[in-house]
Design a protein around this ligand. Structure first.
Ligand code: BDR
Ligand code: CA
Length: 312
């Protein structure tokens, strides 16, 4: 089984990613850490404790840094609600949070693992960037970092930048420069990771409490997105589950198509700050530092998701 660390800012689609991550037989999740993003750290940490408990797993959950390295956090309340869960309530956690910080816990898990560890992220790269910057010795025991973030073409916070990278561009740049293999699920591929209304209804029909929560959360997410410029009229009857991709690639890379590119984050212009610049015209002559995903087999991805809900 693949040793995995998960870093998330739940977040509606982060919860969907967790359902898959915590129920797949190929994965050995050793640690889950919270990052500030969709909501403040206080909230994402609490959500994570509740979600991991709700999914019936007794895992180490460690609290990450309070906010982005240099920027002020701008939470995505509009899309995930005040609680970050689309107002769906999770019971009080049954597990205690870790006594150690996310960075220390990540360091220990990576350094003590017999096999290289895979890091999967579904939020800003604050914790992972801080880890790589302060403890570069971990790099040799990281197999890859699979991130949801960025976009080759078109953003969702500003016209060119995606939320997770926009939230902490400095941390993202540290990760991209680290030399560790990076797989980037940007909006180019995550736009294809959608569920239709009838698929959402089918999930609800599974009839469990989890299926109902998934349905209600994704309905909230869909309704929040309708009418935003990013959500074109063609897609008014679908909901996108961006964060599913960073975990799905680790489980089944064969359902993705991508290419190796040099990727860097724009961090100086007040207009395009947080944009991932994918050098697909090879203008800069730099060696590639990321495998950028372009396409996913949507039906395989949805099968994986639904299977995880049923198995949970
Ligand atoms: C990303 O932004 C967040 O709001 C979602 O959880 C996802 O990680 C999509 O741009
Ligand atoms: Ca997220």
């Amino acid at each position: 089984r693949v040793p995995v660390i998960i870093d998330a800012d739940p977040g509606i689609d982060d919860f969907m990613m967790l359902i898959v991550a915590l129920n797949h037989e190929l994965l050995d999740v050793r640690l889950v850490t919270s990052v500030a993003g969709n909501q403040e750290q206080e909230q994402t940490y609490d959500n994570l404790l509740r979600m991991v408990s709700y999914l019936g797993k007794d895992l180490e959950v460690a609290r990450g840094l309070e906010g982005p390295l240099f920027k002020e956090l701008e939470p995505a309340t509009e899309f995930h609600g005040d609680t970050g869960t689309g107002n769906v309530e999770f019971p009080e956690p049954t597990i205690e949070g870790s006594e150690r910080s996310a960075i220390i816990a990540m360091y220990d898990v990576i350094m003590n693992s017999e096999e290289p560890v895979t890091i999967v992220t579904s939020g800003p790269l604050t914790n992972v960037g801080a880890l790589l910057f302060t403890h570069p010795e971990v790099k040799s025991n990281i197999r890859m970092i699979s991130i949801m973030g960025g976009a080759a073409i078109g953003g969702n916070v500003i016209p060119t930048a995606e939320f997770n990278i926009y939230a902490d561009p400095d941390a993202a740049e540290i990760v991209l420069r680290s030399g560790v293999p990076i797989v980037m699920s940007g909006l180019d591929v995550t736009r294809q990771a959608y569920l239709t209304d009838s698929e959402l209804e089918q999930i609800r029909d599974i009839g469990t409490d989890l299926a109902e929560k998934v349905y209600l959360m994704l309905k909230f997410y869909q309704e929040a997105a309708v009418g935003t410029p990013f959500h074109t009229p063609f897609f008014a009857d679908v909901v996108r589950i961006h964060d599913l991709n960073s975990i799905a690639f680790v489980i089944n890379p064969d359902i993705y198509r991508g290419n190796f590119y040099y990727v860097t984050v724009e961090r100086t212009s007040p207009i395009t700050m947080g944009t991932t610049f994918i050098d697909y015209l090879k203008t800069f002559g730099q060696p590639p530092n990321a495998y950028v995903l372009h396409d996913v087999d949507r039906s395989e991805l949805i099968d994986l998701f639904v299977r995880s809900i049923v198995l949970s």
